[in-house]
Design a protein. Sequence first.
Length: 349
Amino acid sequence: MARGQTGEPGRRKANGSDHKADAGKDELLGYYRDMLLIRRFEERAGQLYGMGLIGGFCHLYIGQEAVAVGVQAIKQPGDQVITGYRDHGHMLACGMDPREVMAELTGRAGGSSKGKGGSMHMFSTEADFYGGHGIVGAQVALGTGLALANKYRDNGKVSFTYFGDGAANQGQVYESFNMAQVWKLPVVYIIENNQYAMGTSIERSSSETRLHKRGVSFQIPGEEVDGMDVLAVKAAAEKAAEHARSGNGPYILEMKTYRYRGHSMSDPAKYRTREEVDEIRKTRDPIDHVEEILEKQGWADEATLKSIDAEVKRIVADAAEFARTSPEPEPSELWTDVYTEASVEGARA
């Protein structure tokens, strides 16, 4: 593997994240199932895209499953989640119905945004999920705004704001950092550093490649985490969330992770070698890592793991069929959800 083309994820332990969350059998099996659900869902989404059933852009989360699952394992009810356009995995990790997520991908009325958001702009306040956002880095300012609302309401909630290594160079990110630290806002910034942004390695695009240090000038603490290890992710997320929830302000977690597919379904990913991807799959896969722990502890055998996989595949197959057969939105839906109008009584109040 060539230096400059992501040698970092080759380490099982990342600097500063060698603390691991203890996990029992049922908890670890839950993480395994959740990550496998995201993996199988994204594989099927890729197939539907190839069949022409998903239009526009489609950014898959394959390889990064441990980040969303590990962070959202410690999420409390009412804590908000907001991310960019690689958002399917985050929605599933929030507990959303795979049917609704898949139907949104195909632009059907049964989708989480009634088929009007598509892959990049899903939304569900019921699941505390405040979007997929298509503008690079835009969600960082919005996530900071959610944290400001939490601070104003004194509700004890935390905003988990995800963005990537490419978005880390956007100006609004640093305006948000400054505001969050000045006002001690309860936000955890989660940088999903998959090494390549839209197609340029971080060594070529960033003068400071240790992205958890980007908050130093704002006095925001940061930590590098092995984003391919769900237990390391969970442990770091617990620490960061407690920091934010306790009134100490923002915290930055840099998740060193790796996506197996291109930036989007239309990206052939010629900026890296097939050998590099295969090596990461072989030695760093987050699902295989949990499988190894389960087998080593005697908590799951091959039959158990195959049973979980079969269950997940049935769920995904059902979601795909629902997404294929759900009706398209009525033309009248073009005029809904554009504005929220207060009632006359509410306006007077």
